[in-house]
Design a protein around this ligand. Sequence first.
Ligand code: HAM
Length: 420
Amino acid sequence: MSTFNAPKGTYDLLPPDSAKFLAVREAIAAPLRNSGYGYVETPGFENVELFARGVGESTDIVTKEMYTLTTKGGDELALRPEGTASVLRAALEANLHKTGNLPVKLWYSGSYYRYERPQKGRYRHFSQVGAEAIGAEDPLLDAELIILADQAYRSLGLREFRILLNSLGDKECRPVYRTALQDFLRGLDLDEDTRRRVDINPLRVLDDKRPDVQKQLTGAPVLRDYLCDACKAYHEEVRELLTAAGVAFEDDVKLVRGLDYYTRTTFEFVHDGLGSQSAVGGGGRYDGLSEMIGGPALPSVGWALGVDRTVLALEAEGIELELPPTTEVFAVPLGEEARQVLFTTVTELRRAGVATDFAYGGKGLKNAMKSANRSGARYAIVAGERDLAEGVVQLKDLESGEQNPVPLAEVVTTLLEKRA
Ligand code: HAM
């Protein structure tokens, strides 16, 4: 205990669980690295206006959930609530779209911040791994991204997730639908807050979880019936590509998503073992975002997968990741001379690439062996005065308990051979 605790809605990643988080991040990144996506890293905060314009003035994220701050210099900044606007901003700023090599494919991994009501699976600080393909309108790209997310989840052993798919139309057909939906919603018995939402973001009303609202929504116009021919054809192609790739999905005409920049393809990955915070990832096309933040027309598509929720999904399915032990060899010196000698051996082992740790702090044999076992190491090297006098160390297999003397000069090669 100290005087301080982690702030509300946050938690610390500590060993051994933290290794799981790293492995999940790596598993999500691996298919991206393998598919032409380059790593991008942007600052943890941005000009607040970037998110207001990009994510949308009327979204919960911008109106309620952003951590904003005014710097001593008077800049209005916000901790990033998501990655897409930042990544696009960075690509535009560096003129990556002008190299004649579109789409610009980028992936990222990092911390995001939303002032939400904390509960299991919903935190104020969380981690995403994301991917964005910027500057191409091609249904193959939408399909590629969904296939890669599916591959990532499957590589972790996850099976109980579903892919929800929808099209939100484009700047031709969505406004027509929006008006039709507003006409319908204005005829309902809704509270003042919701009526205001009807004016500024009517599609979000479809997401309202309250049963009395849901009941009234039966018979609401459905976007699918308003899609223009181009959007319909695009969506159909994405669906066919996924089917051809053997990736199962469910059409969800109600899927809206909580960010305003989406057009056409939208999708969410939901896990059935997670309760109310079931979305483990989500994304879609955002053909108008670049123009919304002052850039040229750059149709793009991407997703972000939540690392925290993916870890919870693994736990829900009872999946133990096979993580290599962090320590392979543990050195146990008995006496001051052995401390010096074994420390040299440890350094040599580490330089040879063997993960090695040491019983620091002058522990007795019993305690030191306890540390060795706890470290997960397969081997311990133990040496006392008598061993050193004979030029050997004791090499102990912690699994079988077998122990043999090995000449000090041969310890490194012997261990390298054993682990091969
Ligand atoms: P999002 O749906 O807001 O999309 O977030 C993606 C994922 O991040 C969610 O599915 C969830 O797993 C995780 N997540 C979001 N908020 C929290 C939270 N408070 N606590 C824990 N996990 C959370 C985006 O952020 C878009 N930028 C995705 C995208 C990329 N669209 C296009 N490109």
